[in-house]
Design a protein around this ligand. Structure first.
Ligand SMILES: *Cc1c(COP(=O)(O)O)cnc(C)c1O
Length: 226
């Protein structure tokens, strides 16, 4: 199946209102342009250098989402080229994004990344960690970040019950934070969850953004990173 056929197939299974981020990491400009020519404008990358390279050579109406772990020392380079950062998991990172966005004179939408999977991971917040960030006076002073919602990745498993309960956990975190901090703020509205193998479960659990790579572009071979 071609990228175009894959995209049409994936889109046909997404309810209206669920945004599709086409995860193009490791894939080249030709494949990305195939998706672009099918109308896709939102692409996701997880490496700063790779995103910058693609921004440079591809059409400027693409909306780039950063979905990978982000080091604070890379924020400055990235900030002008992305519209959404899905992977904020510390106050420090949020604060650097806010400062750099201010210098670049823009407002960046960020999502708080949660650790919901059973696998060990250094990345991702707990509910208390997120509450600490949102309750902090420093966060409330930030003018150049718009906290748009939450993001998470489920355990890599065939067990759909586990995946479902992790996605429901993330939705419950979203609802609790919404009630505590964003009751009057319609911009806190996104739940970014669901990848190629688990997005139908994520969508039933209330996902508003799915991040799909291999189901659109085929399996990744890390050898083709240009
Ligand atoms: C790679 C990646 C995806 C897409 O994964 P697929 O299984 O190829 O759909 C989604 N989210 C994040 C954070 C990723 O790193």
């Amino acid at each position: 199946m071609s990228v175009e056929e894959n995209l049409i197939q994936v889109r046909s299974t997404l309810p209206i209102g669920v945004q599709l981020v086409a995860v193009s990491k490791t894939h080249g400009d030709t494949e990305i342009m195939e998706a672009y020519n099918t109308g896709q404008r939102i692409f996701g990358e997880n490496k700063v250098q790779e995103l910058l390279r693609k921004w440079e050579s591809l059409p400027k109406d693409i909306e780039w989402h950063f979905i990978g772990h982000l080091q604070t020392n890379k924020v400055k380079q990235l900030v002008s080229y992305v519209s959404v950062i899905h992977s904020v998991d510390s106050l420090k990172l949020l604060s650097v994004i806010s400062k750099e966005a201010e210098l670049a004179d823009k407002i960046i939408t960020v999502l708080l990344e949660f650790h919901i999977a059973s696998e060990e991971s250094k990345f991702g917040l707990s509910l208390n960690g997120a509450i600490e960030i949102l309750a902090s006076p420093e966060t409330r002073r930030m003018k150049n970040v718009r906290i748009g919602g939450v993001m998470g990745m489920a355990t890599f498993t065939e067990n759909e019950e586990i995946i479902k309960s992790e996605f429901e956990q993330l939705r419950s975190y979203f609802q609790q934070l919404k009630a505590m901090f964003f009751a009057d703020d319609d911009l806190f509205c996104e739940i970014s969850m669901g990848m190629s193998d688990d997005y139908p479960i994520a969508v039933s659990a209330g996902s508003t953004i799915v991040r799909i790579g291999s189901k659109i572009f085929g399996t990744r071979s890390y050898g083709n990173v240009q």
